[in-house]
Design a protein around this ligand. Structure first.
Ligand SMILES: [Zn+2]
Ligand SMILES: [Zn+2]
Length: 247
């Protein structure tokens, strides 16, 4: 068993709302300064940049998970993590096909670039990743599961794009055991207001779009290894595993 400081919700230069400063080397260098050993790139509706961030992370001795932040039909943000990069890429293609066929407006929403390790722009993603998938929450969760991934509702305490902001409550189905929370949330107070969530596990992350966001919001994960499978076992507190959120 090993303890990792982890931040599993970070945006790359592919996210239109993110900063072009979020290059692989800059993100990895900042995470190293902060003592964060394990991270995931979770861009909106695409895993196009995961491979390059993984390569740079590995060279630096950091652990990396392939992730994505799906925007469902209800405009709920649902994080998904994958241990197998082939499965992740197959899922990514399905997700891409489910996006509304609307082009990005870089002037209005920002650039969406896919880069290599040297930060050369390989291509610009034309489809607007800021839009929703045609998948509803149930379909998105099923698809993640079908490709061997772990689905985690993002920032459930956020005012917009959270499962609770969009639906007004946490539905019994699909059943999510682990819920994402924002960097700023006072979790004990929140649980006082939401006793129905008492049996859930939570994971805090930065949701960083800029370098200065990194370090605000992370967790300690005690697990066998840095995998999505282990995140779920830690949520279940199996055999001494746990997730401890910064306060
Ligand atoms: Zn989000
Ligand atoms: Zn996000």
């Amino acid at each position: 068993m090993r303890k990792f400081r982890a931040d599993l919700h970070i945006h790359s230069v592919l996210s239109p709302c993110g900063g072009l400063e979020m290059s692989p080397s800059a993100v990895v260098a900042r995470l190293q300064e902060l003592g964060i050993q394990w991270f995931a790139i979770t861009d909106h509706n695409s895993m196009g940049n995961c491979a390059v961030y993984e390569a740079v992370a590995r060279k630096a001795g950091l652990f990396f998970s392939w992730g994505v932040e799906i925007q469902t039909m209800e405009e709920i943000h649902l994080l998904a993590y994958f241990d197998d990069s082939d499965q992740a890429q197959a899922f990514d293609q399905e997700l891409y096909r489910s996006l509304l066929p609307i082009d990005n407006d870089p002037e209005f929403f920002g650039d969406q670039v896919i880069i290599d390790e040297n930060e050369n722009i390989l291509r610009v993603e034309p489809r607007a990743l800021i839009n929703s998938s045609v998948w509803d929450l149930g379909t998105a969760a099923e698809q993640v599961c079908a490709f061997g991934g772990l689905a985690v509702p993002a920032h459930i305490d956020a005012d917009v794009n959270s499962i609770i902001s969009q639906l007004g409550f946490l539905p019994p189905s699909p059943n999510f055991e682990l819920l994402g929370i924002t960097a700023k949330l006072n979790l004990p107070e929140y649980l006082d207001q939401h006793p129905e969530l008492a049996d859930k596990a939570f994971i805090r992350a930065s949701d960083a779009h800029y370098l200065t966001d990194l370090g605000h919001g992370s967790c300690i994960m005690k697990v066998q290894e840095a995998t999505a499978q282990e995140i779920l076992l830690a949520a279940r507190k199996l055999d001494g595993r746990y997730i401890e959120n910064d306060t």
